[in-house]
Ligand binder design. Structure first.
Ligand SMILES: Nc1nc2c([nH]c(=O)n2[C@@H]2O[C@H](COP(=O)(O)OP(=O)(O)OP(=O)(O)O)[C@@H](O)[C@H]2O)c(=O)[nH]1
Ligand SMILES: [Mg+2]
Length: 150
């Protein structure tokens, strides 16, 4: 009987041709209902320092995307989030790092998101935000959001 993580890897690799080293990253799209989405800035000393991204992070072994994202949003923003549909999912490579990057819509949350880890936060208009300020993988995602502002 293969372990849970082996089975998950096998399952993901059917779709994304991942390797065991692939990093599953989950990120949340919080929308304020007026076309603005929440971004967090990557802190100094980290890869892609200073660029903006959707709040989230790496899934831990055995976590589903929704579990990992709910945990990350609580750690980073202090909110309890209700998660909706998967908006995007695609492979992305940064140097020798291979990501499986998944974004989910965040449908409801309690309270006001706040910076729990010292990262800068801002609400931006998906249609007008300068995409060069985003991590490269997030630029096509923002383009998609700009087309589907609700
Ligand atoms: N949380 C998050 N990470 C993203 C997004 N887009 C994107 O390319 N990433 C990349 O996904 C990777 C994992 O994110 P993370 O926040 O858990 O990683 P980290 O900074 O602790 O790790 P690292 O800088 O050592 O790689 C980073 O390389 C980050 O740049 C996004 O929208 N949200
Ligand atoms: Mg993170």
């Amino acid at each position: 009987m293969p372990s849970r993580s082996t089975r998950l890897n096998t399952c993901v690799s059917d779709v994304l041709e991942t390797t065991p080293e692939t990093i599953h990253v989950v990120a949340g799209v919080l929308n304020d209902g007026q076309g603005r989405v929440l971004l967090a800035q990557r802190p100094p000393g980290k890869s892609l320092e200073g660029l903006w991204e959707f709040p989230g992070g790496k899934a831990e072994p055995g976590e589903s995307a929704a579990q990992a994202l709910a945990r990350e949003l609580h750690e980073e923003l202090g909110i309890h989030a209700e998660l909706g549909e998967v908006l995007t999912r695609f492979p992305w490579r940064y140097g020798d790092k291979q990501l499986d990057l998944e974004t989910l819509r965040v449908t409801h949350w309690d309270g006001e998101p706040r910076s729990c880890e010292g990262q800068a936060l801002q609400w931006v208009d998906a249609r007008t935000f300068d995409r060069e300020q985003l991590t490269p993988a997030d630029r096509p995602i923002m383009a998609l959001l700009a087309e589907s502002v609700d």
